[in-house]
Design a protein around this ligand. Structure first.
Ligand code: GS8
Length: 219
């Protein structure tokens, strides 16, 4: 029997984009189901009753939640093609460490950049730039975090690129001026079709941010 694979997702989600790239890299055919997060489907509530969040990967009726856990699962369940995590245990631990760092730092900092002003926004901007510089240092002179090819950490990190334009415009700064090597890496990632077709246009994210700001009464 063929595998039944469903991805419950929401188009601007950084976490959903990770799963889309990994599934594309593995060549897994799946059904994409867009969720309305203000009116969550019964399927989402049944498949992720703990957090009630997307993304959820439903593989032959069984749900896997949390994007980084989904990436691991995809790597293990479709292990015959295109390994995502490094084979060396130490390198695997490093990739997991930085993916965890990204999740602990960027989502909240990014949100602060477009929801605050003045000193609070400046502090978020500085912290974001410092963190991006750390990640740029971790890349070093390698083409990808995965070495010569796209890997787990590349997939965990590159969706944030789609939000960079919104962060830069709201915070009035240039990530390229601060971290040129990091932006060169995003460009290399985007040359890979499985990446570019899984990400959404930065302008669409910015338009969404403007709508969210309006609905939240900011500015
Ligand atoms: C985060 C998922 C998440 O925040 C992961 O999968 O890595 N740690 C999780 N999902 C959001 C949409 S993306 O911003 C979500 O589903 N929110 C709905 C809600 O909070 O009700």
């Amino acid at each position: 029997m063929a595998d039944e694979v469903i991805l419950l997702d929401f188009w601007p989600s950084l976490f959903g984009m990770r799963c889309r790239i990994a599934l594309a890299e593995k060549g897994v055919k799946y059904e994409y189901k867009e969720e309305d997060l203000r009116n969550k489907s019964d399927l989402l509530l049944r498949m992720n009753p703990i957090h009630k969040k997307i993304p959820v990967l439903v593989h032959n009726g069984k749900p896997v939640c949390e994007s980084l856990i989904i990436l691991h699962y995809i790597d293990e369940a479709w292990s015959d093609k295109c390994p995502l995590l490094p084979s060396d245990p130490y390198q695997r631990a490093q990739a997991r460490f930085w993916a965890d760092y990204i999740d602990k730092k960027f989502y909240d900092l990014g949100k602060k950049l477009w929801t605050t002003k003045g000193e609070e926004q400046e502090a978020a901007k500085k912290e974001l730039i410092d963190s991006l510089k750390l990640l740029e240092g971790e890349l070093g002179d390698k083409p990808f975090y995965g070495g010569e090819k796209l890997g787990f950490l590349d997939i965990a990190f590159v969706p944030f690129y789609t939000w960079f334009y919104a962060y830069e415009t709201c915070g009035n700064f240039s990530i390229e001026a601060e971290c040129p090597k990091l932006i060169a890496w995003t460009k290399r990632c985007l040359e890979i079709e499985n990446v570019s077709k899984s990400l959404i246009e930065p302008q669409k994210v910015y338009d969404l941010v403007l709508r969210l700001k309006k609905s939240l009464g900011i500015e």
